[in-house]
Write a protein that binds this ligand. Structure first.
Ligand SMILES: NC(=O)c1ccc[n+]([C@@H]2O[C@H](COP(=O)([O-])OP(=O)(O)OC[C@H]3O[C@@H](n4cnc5c(N)ncnc54)[C@H](O)[C@@H]3O)[C@@H](O)[C@H]2O)c1
Length: 344
């Protein structure tokens, strides 16, 4: 006789905001995760809510109903940026753990409020920096740690897209009130986080220049950010809403004294892409293989890591105060009061 295996523990999740990122990446990840269970969906737009294919989930149009649902232990917040802070505070007050999309908040003050609310309530908080969970980026972290690249002198990221005005019916990304900014606040948080994680370093300084070059939006349509890490390495991020999608625009390059690493098409929401190294002495390029077992959805990896920490009562890999520091860094790098030239 076989003994019945004890049922694996699964964390009960709700997703709040069932738009692009939730529909295409977060919800499939929660449905496929070994230690998570999707129990509820919430969107203020009933049509968006009903469009999500999912069986046996509760569907709500208001956050209050999610908070009253006893099966919900953790909430993935995927609403427009200006709602992150108040929603996190409400979830924490109801005893729900929170994994919140980037940017964590629009101001560091909001970020601090989120962290204290979660600490007061004794719930876990993490910002959804999915890209640090990509297999190529995890491999890069190991290579840097093992010294394969030698001393890292410079790091460069180009992460950009073309964002037309009618990208979504309600394109909140170009509304400063809802987004808190433009291409810079939307796209730069990934690179700011990722380079710290891969280099095992911390930004010491950051300056930025923004532009409104192509799209006549009330927010920037491109930015270049430049800074220095505590180690002395320099970092450069190029982000944009004005970069044609046909160009190579998802690249991460690390220059080291022993090797140069290039991750191509690894930034973004999906697994895949490539990772190569050029040897400093021979100039020879080698490709770093990523096995299919390693190269899973970064969102799947992310929800499994978060759920494991909650279920096992372990702290999340990064303290939330660090995420507030990154929001602060981005805010101070923004050119306060900068007026864009008139649209032509
Ligand atoms: N990690 C990533 O790669 C990634 C990718 C895309 C978006 N994001 C982040 O995810 C968040 C959502 O972006 P998106 O592209 O999915 O936006 P979206 O506009 O496609 O979806 C947002 C959804 O939130 C819903 N919503 C708005 N107000 C609500 C409320 N009060 N209660 C419940 N639902 C509400 C909207 O109806 C919409 O369905 C943003 O913070 C964005 O920065 C992250």
């Amino acid at each position: 006789m076989f003994e019945a295996k004890p049922k694996a523990k699964r964390l009960g999740w709700a997703v709040v905001g069932c738009g692009w990122v939730a529909r295409d990446y977060v919800i499939p990840a929660l449905q496929g995760a070994s230690n998570a269970r999707l129990v509820a969906l919430c969107d203020a737009n009933a049509e968006a809510l009903m469009r999500i294919p999912a069986d046996d989930v509760n569907r709500y149009t208001a956050l209050g109903s999610v908070l009253a649902d006893k099966d919900v232990q953790a909430v993935y917040i995927a609403t427009p940026n200006h709602l992150h802070a108040a929603m996190t505070e409400a979830c924490a007050a109801a005893g729900k753990h929170v994994l919140c999309e980037k940017p964590m908040a629009v101001t560091p003050r909001e970020g601090l409020r989120m962290v204290s609310a979660c600490q007061r309530a004794g719930v876990h908080y993490a910002t959804a920096f999915d890209q640090r969970h990509h297999a190529a980026h995890r491999k890069l972290r190991t290579l840097v740690k093992e010294g394969v690249l030698g001393t890292i002198t410079q790091a460069r990221i180009h992460y950009a897209c073309w964002l037309p005005e009618d990208w979504t019916p309600d394109n909140w990304r170009i509304d400063p009130e809802q987004a808190g900014g433009g291409a810079m606040i939307d796209l730069a948080p990934h690179g700011l986080d990722l380079l710290e994680v891969i280099l095992g370093d911390e930004w010491e300084s950051l300056t930025a220049m923004t532009q409104r070059r192509v799209h006549c939006y009330a927010v920037d349509d491109g930015a270049v950010l430049m800074g220095q890490f505590k180690s002395g390495a320099l970092g450069l991020l190029q982000v944009a809403y004005n970069c044609p999608d046909a160009y190579p625009r998802r690249t991460l390059e690390l220059i080291g004294t022993r090797a140069r690493a290039l991750a191509y098409k690894t930034m973004g929401q999906t697994p895949g892409g490539s990772l190569s190294l050029i040897d400093a002495k021979t100039g020879e390029e080698t490709w770093v293989p990523l096995s299919p077992e390693e190269d899973r959805s970064p969102f799947l990896q992310q929800v499994e890591v978060f759920s494991t920490c909650v279920l096992e009562g372990r702290p999340q890999p990064f303290a939330p105060e660090r995420d507030v520091r990154l929001v602060g860094l981005l805010t101070q790098a923004t050119q306060a009061g900068k007026a864009f030239p008139p649209c032509h």
